[in-house]
Design a protein around this ligand. Structure first.
Ligand code: ADP
Ligand code: MG
Length: 277
């Protein structure tokens, strides 16, 4: 499908981020390096406040690094002093979404490529309908976002991001607010779109089961200052569906990731307690 061609490689080298260096001096990221191959599904997990959103915002071009660099297909995207340049090559899906409530689903999904002049209206609308149907949403084109359930909105937002044909799809805890059943349905639809044409995905969650289900590679971050604690390769076959959740290999990887993230969360808790004492 033309709307879903392959993704770009992501290279993060020695990324550091300090908020308010003159004042509270919060070190959010410290020497973070990671490489994601084109088309790889990379999931980042880590305790709350460890810098995951900061890292995603730096890739998206919303936030500036204080050291290090980020490249996509070897092109410099972010480094200290470089002007912020968010672009359609990096589309972001947020936890709380960003659909225009007064516009129809079809308008919301098709507006990006039309506005960029990349597609004619009829082409953009045809692709929108096709992608919406892929995620089980045919027939909702003329509805307004307010009439959709949370799970439907998330699917519309993912389709809206993908139709821009980004090199990288960035998702910041997109399914956090969904109930367990809805979440599993939306995860499967995301994997279906991914399997159609693997695209580089940078996905943040602190749900370990979600991470293992989706990822090719899981990056576990430490408590703040956020560093890479370990990288776990998820060698489970694709396509994946929910049967895989109970396979021995799935459970083994899940245990490994959970053990490291829980050790980090405990450290954060203990550090917090000392601060209070
Ligand atoms: P996560 O997404 O892993 O929960 P964040 O990247 O949101 O973590 O935040 C990392 C750390 O940086 C936290 O301690 C947070 O309070 C701090 N932080 C985030 N944004 C800002 C900001 N704009 N100014 C100051 N501190 C910030
Ligand atoms: Mg966050």
């Amino acid at each position: 499908m033309a709307a879903l061609s392959g993704g770009g490689s992501l290279s993060i080298r020695h990324a550091g981020k300090i908020y308010d260096p003159e004042g509270s001096n919060i070190v959010a990221l410290q020497d973070v390096s990671l490489e994601t191959a084109a088309g790889e599904f990379c999931v980042v997990v880590g305790p709350s406040g460890c810098g995951k959103t900061t890292l995603l915002n730096s890739i998206a071009g919303f936030d500036q690094l204080t050291s290090g660099e980020i490249r996509i297909d070897n092109e410099m995207i972010s480094s200290p002093g470089k002007q912020l340049q968010p672009g359609a090559d990096r589309m972001v899906v947020f936890q709380h979404g960003a659909l225009f409530p007064w516009k129809t689903v079809l308008w919301n999904v098709s507006c990006g490529p039309i506005r960029q002049g990349r597609l004619q209206r009829h082409e953009a609308e045809a692709q929108s309908r096709e992608l919406l149907a892929r995620v089980g949403l045919n027939g909702i084109e003329n509805q307004f976002p307010g009439s959709l359930s949370g799970g439907m909105k998330r699917r519309v937002e993912i389709v809206r991001a993908l139709i821009n044909n980004p090199k990288i799809l960035l998702l910041d805890e997109p399914f956090r607010a969904l109930d367990a059943l809805t979440k599993s349905v939306v995860q499967e639809f995301l994997l279906e779109l991914y399997d159609l044409a693997p695209k580089t995905v940078f996905f943040i969650t602190h749900d370990v089961e979600e991470a293992v289900f989706l990822a090719d590679k899981i990056v576990v971050m430490t408590t703040r200052p956020g560093r890479v604690l370990k990288t776990v390769v998820v060698d489970l076959p694709r396509p994946r569906d929910y049967h895989i959740l109970t396979s021995p290999r799935f459970l083994e990887i899940e245990r490994e990731v959970r053990a490291s993230i829980e050790a980090e969360a405990r450290k954060a808790f203990e550090a917090g307690e000392r601060e209070l004492a």
